[in-house]
Design a binder for this molecule. Structure first.
Ligand SMILES: NC(=O)c1ccc[n+]([C@@H]2O[C@H](COP(=O)([O-])OP(=O)(O)OC[C@H]3O[C@@H](n4cnc5c(N)ncnc54)[C@H](O)[C@@H]3O)[C@@H](O)[C@H]2O)c1
Ligand SMILES: O=C(O)C[C@H](O)C(=O)O
Length: 443
């Protein structure tokens, strides 16, 4: 057994995921069965007592690797000397919501936590953001810890990855351990693209064994919308499977991925695959020596070329949408906020949110009835989301955002007759944004 315990900070420790996560960490499933851990549990003051109850149960587990448990509501001390931070504490969504709708409630949590990591975490700090919208929250935390290497901030798409692997294995009647090289691209949101084009089953290409209609009509939406299906069935968002994915994510990060496989992790882009620098995006990654490395050089068109059956109109729509989600978001980003490098891709995400909010608002205002009113309401919330993100940023970004909003507004007035196709956000056809508006850009 190694001598010095690893300090693991878990936020939201009294919540559902926290409860499913902590005992597995204490049992050595995350860092190895020879690595002692010291747990720091961060909660809001109202939930500290519940977290203390969990700490009592951890004691009662008599875990040989557990070197201590501390409970606190003080953000600074929670991250002091932390080697690993699992940022789980955040509000979960309810039925009918998208994860991006949580930004208003949750975005503010991650700036002080990022700052506390900057101030006091250990040099080897590794951060996994689980709280939704995970990609955006990871970016917020990362921007507040400028001296920590950006790639140490990750957001969790491992749950989506595991869902994809499990679904493929069940469909093919194969053990999950036989399925490899699956990728989740993009955001932990309904806009993600679960990609099987490189996947293997028992070392052989998997694509020839799948029907393209199944991939497009069942697999892709089934994975991307699994979180909502669980909320619908369970009345609460996924917890044990999320905790399990967090364990998998950290274990692979620290101990490495198998030599013949990769996993999916959302991390600040290094420009790979045309994703703008700094945007927190899920990629195929391997881990070795405690660092992630993006798998380079994959042929991203393989899936399209391999399809042999003609998709029905709805398949085509869903495929277009999925591919657009994975690949055109960066394009939209680039066009939406040219020259915002340095002010960060958070600005671009804010711009996207505002643009989508505007799309929803316009859609709602143009129609009548309850659905339209709902759409307009969601539009207003989307606008607020964007503004909240922008306010977390510097002044010039806010100004740029206002710029974009006014240009979009002017365009929408100009193209009132064909607003879906006509509105341009710095050159990006707004039709693309409008079609994505159910899913939202945030993850
Ligand atoms: N990325 C993923 O794959 C994934 C999967 C499942 C759930 N989630 C997200 O994880 C989050 C937590 O889910 P849950 O089911 O555990 O929710 P929960 O409501 O059961 O628990 C959340 C806990 O966080 C605490 N909390 C709130 N603000 C905090 C703060 N500032 N500091 C510390 N703790 C704080 C709450 O008091 C609560 O105990 C949600 O945002 C959910 O949407 C993400
Ligand atoms: O869907 C949710 O809101 C929870 C989580 O992100 C999930 O994917 O299960």
């Amino acid at each position: 057994m190694s001598a010095t315990p690893v300090t693991v900070t878990v936020t939201g420790a009294a919540g559902q995921i926290g409860y499913a996560l902590l005992f597995r960490i204490a049992a050595g499933e995350m860092l190895g069965r020879d690595v002692p851990v010291r747990l720091r549990l961060l909660e809001i003051p109202q939930a500290v007592k519940a977290a203390e109850g969990t700490a009592m149960e951890l004691d009662d587990g008599a875990f040989p690797l557990l070197a201590g448990v501390e409970v606190t509501d003080d953000v600074k001390s929670a991250f002091d000397g932390a080697n690993i931070a699992l940022l789980v504490g955040a509000r979960p969504r309810g039925p009918g919501m998208e994860r991006g709708d949580l930004l208003e409630a949750n975005g503010g949590i991650f700036a002080p936590q990022g700052a506390a990591i900057e101030a006091g975490a250990a040099d080897d700090i590794r951060v996994l953001v689980v709280g939704n919208p995970a990609n955006t929250n990871a970016l917020i935390a990362q921007k507040h810890a400028p001296s920590v290497p950006p790639e140490r901030f990750t957001a969790m798409t491992r749950l989506d990855h595991n869902r994809a692997v499990s679904r493929l294995a069940r469909h093919l009647g194969a053990p999950v351990s036989d399925v490899s090289r699956v990728t989740i691209w993009g955001n932990h949101s309904a806009t993600q693209y679960p990609d099987v084009s490189q996947a293997l089953v028992a070392g052989e290409p998997l694509l020839p064994r799948l029907d393209r209609a199944w991939i497009e009509d069942e697999f892709i939406p089934g994975v991307a919308k699994r979180g909502a299906a669980i909320i619908e069935a369970r009345g609460a968002s996924s917890a044990a499977s999320a905790a399990s994915a967090a364990i998998d994510h950290m274990r692979d990060w620290v101990s490495g991925t198998p030599s013949d496989d990769w996993t999916s992790v959302a991390l600040p882009s290094d420009g790979s695959y045309g994703v703008p620098d700094g945007l927190v995006c899920s990629f195929p990654v391997t881990a070795a020596g405690g660092s992630w490395r993006i798998v380079e050089g994959l042929d991203i068109d393989a899936f399209s070329r391999a399809g042999s059956t003609r998709p029905s109109p709805s398949c085509a729509r869903s495929a277009r949408r999925s591919r657009r989600s994975a690949w055109s978001e960066p394009l939209l980003d680039r066009r939406a906020a040219p020259g915002t490098r340095g002010s960060g891709s958070l600005a671009r995400q804010a711009v996207q949110t505002v643009a989508v909010g505007l799309g929803r608002l316009r859609g709602g205002l143009r129609r009548h009835g309850r659905a339209a009113r709902g759409r307009a309401r969601i539009g207003v919330l989307g606008l607020l989301d964007g503004v909240v993100v922008a306010l977390l940023l510097r002044r010039e970004v806010v100004e740029r955002l206002l710029d974009v909003v006014s240009i979009a507004h002017a365009d929408s007035l100009r193209h009132r007759r064909a607003p879906r196709e006509g509105v341009a956000i710095h050159g990006a056809p707004c039709s693309a944004l409008a079609r994505r508006d159910e899913a939202g850009p945030m993850g």
